[in-house]
Design a protein around this ligand. Structure first.
Ligand code: GDP
Ligand code: MG
Length: 187
């Protein structure tokens, strides 16, 4: 059973951040929302998966004003597989999602493919774009895209953004917001 999480109300859209442990979800939320976020980081006890000191349990929330009256609620969901249920819940209650990857990571294609398949199975699938969060050249981005298509996925837009860089994250959200508004016009 999926817990109920209503959309946050008029003029506030919910967007979720997805990605493997250590990709920069919490960092991105901090860059975007600063103090306006409720984190849930605890000391990382799974240093085998990633060496970082703190990790996120449950979902974390932030809010951001895009100007022109548009506000986004951002939800970071945990990257570990054992939290799959939380991720499903967050995704099913989001209009859009940033799927954060390192396109040069050996597991990235498989991971992104799983996420896209999982999201597509939801009743109300959020609009997803890929966020390339580490240095990558054009050929590497194209190879990643081609590998996803070879697994049977539609073309998914890829935007490059460093989670530590607020402006780059804002630009990425801008792309998602534009796609969402296009989608709502054509429905
Ligand atoms: N080199 C590099 N490090 C990053 C980047 N984004 C985040 N980090 C660092 O990677 C670590 C894990 O980030 P975190 O936001 O906790 O990852 P999360 O597990 O996805 O929430 C932190 O020490 C960040 O400072 C990035 O774009 N490049
Ligand atoms: Mg985190």
């Amino acid at each position: 059973m999926t817990p109920f999480m209503p959309q946050p109300g008029q003029g506030l859209m919910r967007v979720s951040l997805l990605g493997p442990m250590g990709i920069g979800k919490t960092t991105a939320l901090r860059s975007l929302c600063g103090e306006l976020m409720a984190g849930s980081d605890v000391r990382n006890l799974d240093k085998g998966a990633h060496a970082k000191e703190f990790t996120t349990v449950g979902a974390e929330f932030g809010e951001i004003d895009l100007g022109s009256g548009e506000r986004l609620q951002l939800v970071g969901s945990p990257g570990q597989d054992r939290f799959d249920f939380v991720r499903r819940w967050v995704l099913s209650a989001s209009v859009g999602a940033l799927l954060m990857v390192d396109v040069n990571d050996a597991d990235a294609v498989e991971y992104a493919s799983e996420m896209l398949t999982g999201a597509a199975e939801l009743d109300a699938a959020p609009l997803m774009i890929l966020l390339s969060c580490r240095t990558a050249n054009g050929a590497q981005l194209e190879a990643f895209s081609a590998a996803l298509m070879a697994k049977g996925h539609d073309v998914v837009p890829i935007v490059e953004a460093d989670p530590r860089d607020r402006q780059q994250m804002l630009d990425a959200l801008g792309v998602l917001a534009s796609l969402l508004s296009l989608q709502s016009q054509t429905l």
